[in-house]
Each structure stands twice: as C-alpha cells, then as structure tokens.
Design a protein around this ligand. Structure first.
Ligand SMILES: NC(=O)c1ccc[n+]([C@@H]2O[C@H](COP(=O)([O-])OP(=O)(O)OC[C@H]3O[C@@H](n4cnc5c(N)ncnc54)[C@H](O)[C@@H]3O)[C@@H](O)[C@H]2O)c1
Length: 452
C-alpha cells in the first residue's frame, strides 16, 4: 500500500486544527491517540535504539517516521544497495553506521530493535535471525512469503520473549478501533457478510517502478538480493518491480489484500485462517512478463461468515471494507468509518398484496396500518453517522505501539501469530488462483489442500 508520506502528513496537518470538531451533521472527528505525538525528554534508560534493514520505498518511510517518535533513535541501517546507505544517512540527518550485511546489526549490542522492510522473500530469514539474536522485531507485511516461512517465523517467535509486530498499520488506527467497538457493542446485529474491494489503474499502482538509474552489480549485492530464488543475471527491473513475480513477492494478495484481511481480523477479533477459499482472476491489464495476477477476486469463509474481497490493477476503485449485519452496516474507508443502521423490519405494507383481490387487499392494508403505523413524533430515527480520522495507513500509531511494547514488554495485537494468519489468507488466495480450485488450510498437515 504505497501511499506518499506527503499526502498522509498533509491530511494530518489539516485535521490537527479541527481536532474534536464536527465536520458536517452526522459526522464526527476521532481524535488520534495523542501519545505518539508527545514531546519532551526521555530518560536514557527508556530510549530505544533500532537498526533498519531495507531502506527502499517502504523502509525509507518507516525510517523517517520512526525517528520522529519520542525516545526512539536509529543507529544503523543495512541494505544490499549502496545508494540506500546514502538515503538512510540523509533521512536520519546524523552519522549512523551503514552496511550491506544485516547480521552486523544483529551482532550490535547498542541495538534493541530491528525494523525490517525488505522484499517478502527475505522476511523469514531476517526475522528468524533477529529473534535468535535477542532483538525485538517490527517486520513489514505480509509477514511471510509462503506458509512454510510463516510457520518457521511463528515457531521462532514462540521460542522467545521478544516483541514481534507485523506492519499492516491500519490495525492501530482509530478508525479500525471505532469499527471494532461498534461491532462489539452489537451495532450491526448479526454479522452476515463482509465485502472489501480496492482497485488501481496506473503503472505506479501496478508496480511498474523506475529502477534507480545507477543500479549495477557494483553497488548492489544482486546475488544475496535473490535469496533462495533461482539465480538469474542482474536485472534492475526485477530489483524495483519484484512484486510482479511469485519468486520474490506475493502478488496483489500479499501487497494489498493483506491490509484488508488484517483490518478485518482486527475489527472482528479473528485470529485464524479462513475455512475455505476460492479465487479467480488473471493477468488482464499488465502483460509485462509478470506471473502474478493483476485481477484477483476472492471468496472466503471465515468462521461461518462469507467474505468477498476483490483486488485489481485494471480499474481504479476506492478501498472500502463493509461489515454487513442484520441491524445495519459499517463501512470502513481510508479516512472514515460510517455506521448506517437498518431497522430490519417492514416500513410499508407488503407489495405482494398487489396480487390480492380488492376487498382482501383493503382489509390487509387496514390491519397493517393499525398494527404498524408509527406514532407521529415517535418515529425511530436511525441516523447514519460518519467518524472521520487520520489516514488508517498512517505509520505513526503502529510504530508507536511497537516501541511502547518494546518498553513495556506487553504484547501487541498484530504479533507473529496474527501476521501469520493474515498472510495465510493471502497464500490461500494465491494458491486457489494457481490451482484453479477451492482450497483450505489443513491444520493437521500444516499445508494448503485442494477441496475434494
Ligand atoms: N505497510 C505498508 O503499507 C507497506 C507499503 C509498501 C511496502 N510494504 C512492504 O515493505 C517491504 C519492502 O517493500 P519496498 O517496496 O520498500 O521494497 P524495495 O524493493 O523498495 O526495498 C527493499 C530494500 O530491501 C533491500 N534488501 C533486500 N534484501 C535485503 C537483505 N537481505 N538485506 C538487506 N537489505 C535487503 C533492497 O536492497 C531494497 O533496498 C515489502 O515486504 C512490502 O510488502 C509495506
């Protein structure tokens, strides 16, 4: 979900002045959790020193956001491309150690936590190594590149007392918290369906990024970058556009769908894999050699709730998640959450009675009105209400939650188990697409199976 830090900040500045105010009738502004913006000195014992691994498109945003947080300091950065050592020093604005070898950060005694924003195919190894070195870990979403990696990461996490937080940041937003609170209070009654959709339609949105012009085997450790994938000759396009290929990325599922799944898991308190998954789609718009679909509609069953999620790079559409229940719906968007109550009862006589002969219809209508007409002035007035808030993709609350957990040693909601389940939702969607069959997660064999 690459969104410019600029657009987030612009909104935050605009909203700060209006904090607490109502924008329009039926619309309220949610105060952001102010703790992450607090200023003032921090005792040396409470300062957290972190090392950044991966200073690319997302890592640069994570780094610049983290160093603005109180009592948090970057002391070193690792990246396989030397240009990003320069970038890391530019962002931090003071001397920090830079290296191609992330293990040097793990060996450093002055580093408490490791923030990881490398491509998906490298997540597992860096997380497992960082935990083994006793570091707390913030790792970008999707947690894993495949189910086996996820299982290894969960096992490593459970072996330690370290904090692990996965970076699907919206779970720390006030908007998701509000949606969760309303659902817990029964606002939408019985949950019957969730739908979530998002679409893009431009080369950037489809990951056709321009590689750094100076990129070469001299300033990039291309061999290490490829990890355990089959080796191929140096290719700047692969370096910049790795999301397009399953060898390194996880497609629109791991890039975008994971945010929808993580948000839904958090709002509904789900922390398990879906029961079954059926996915469709293809490469329709971006025939640039990629092997991951650019259109990916997915049907899930989470518990006994059907969930429809549609991701595509061939037509733009807003990102929306709808929780639909017997008493109304909750619609979650980037800057708002809207509750639209529904009475769930007939508000007018049944149109079926058009098929009654005259006298029968008259009698029905008379009785219906006697029994149902609302007393003037006493009509229930279900009112739609919208809560506005900071961009739910703002990184600050999520990073703040991580650093607070590093200090307090209290667990975070989006830990490795949560991250594993969210990633499994993506892997199942990809697997169903490639196998052209419905699939499920088989706990007994810890593997994805096709439905019989
Ligand atoms: N939370 C979000 O909204 C969000 C948004 C974008 C990307 N992401 C995630 O962030 C991660 C990074 O994505 P990106 O777009 O920044 O990728 P990127 O290609 O722009 O940057 C990755 C960087 O990691 C470096 N790297 C790769 N392997 C390494 C290794 N073994 N050791 C040290 N450095 C290594 C690369 O040289 C590169 O500079 C991905 O997992 C992606 O899904 C999350």
């Amino acid at each position: 979900m690459a969104k410019s830090v600029f657009s987030r900040r612009t909104f935050l500045q605009a909203s700060a002045g209006a904090a607490g105010a109502s924008l329009v009738p039926g619309s309220l502004l949610l105060d952001p959790d102010p703790s992450y913006a607090a200023a003032g000195p921090v005792a040396p014992s409470d300062r957290i020193r972190f090392g950044m691994v991966g200073v690319g498109m997302e890592g640069s945003g994570v780094l610049s956001t983290a160093i603005q947080l109180r009592g948090v300091e970057c002391v070193a950065a690792a990246d396989l491309y030397d240009g990003r050592h320069i970038l890391a020093r530019e962002i931090v604005g003071k001397p920090i150690r830079t290296t191609r070898r992330y293990k040097e950060l793990l060996d450093s005694k002055d580093i408490d936590a490791i923030l990881i924003a490398v491509p998906d195919h490298w997540h597992k190894q860096v997380v497992v190594d960082a935990l083994a070195a006793g570091k707390d870990v913030y790792c970008e979403k999707p947690m894993s590149h495949n189910p086996a990696d996820g299982l290894e990461m969960v096992a490593a996490y459970k072996k330690t007392d370290r904090i692990v937080q996965i970076g699907a940041q919206r779970t720390s937003s006030v908007l998701c918290a509000k949606a969760r609170e309303m659902i817990e209070q029964g606002a939408i009654g019985e949950l019957n369906l969730v739908e979530a959709t998002y679409g893009r339609n431009d080369p950037n949105g489809a990951w056709e990024y321009p590689p750094p012009p100076d990129l070469s085997p001299e300033n990039l450790d291309w061999d290490t970058w490829q990890g355990t994938a089959a080796k191929k000759p140096f290719d700047p396009l692969t370096f910049a556009r790795w999301r397009c290929w399953k060898e390194y990325g996880t497609g629109v599922a791991g890039d975008l769908l994971v945010h929808l799944i993580s948000g839904m898991q958090f709002v509904l308190g789900i922390n398990e894999a879906p029961r079954r998954v059926s996915a469709f789609g293809g490469i329709y718009r971006w025939k640039d050699g990629r092997n991951m679909p650019d259109c990916h509609p997915v049907l899930y069953e989470y518990g006994n709730v059907p969930v429809y999620m549609r991701l595509m790079l061939g037509c733009e559409s807003a990102e929306v998640t709808r929780f639909m229940g017997s008493k109304g719906s909750i619609e979650l968007r980037e800057f708002s959450v809207t509750y639209a109550p529904q009475a769930g009862i007939d508000l007018s006589p049944s149109y079926y009675t058009a098929s009654y002969p005259g006298k029968m219809k008259e009698a029905y209508l008379k009785q219906w009105h006697e029994e149902h007409d609302l007393v003037p002035g006493k009509e229930p007035l279900p009112e739609t209400i919208t809560y506005n808030g900071n961009d739910y993709d703002d990184l600050r609350p999520h990073l703040w939650k991580f650093f607070e957990a590093v200090r307090s040693r209290k667990p975070v909601p989006q830990d490795a188990v949560f991250g594993h389940h969210a990633a499994l939702g993506c892997h199942l969607a990809n697997e169903s697409y490639f196998r052209k069959t419905p699939v499920y997660w088989d706990e007994a064999s810890a593997s994805i199976k096709s439905m019989g």
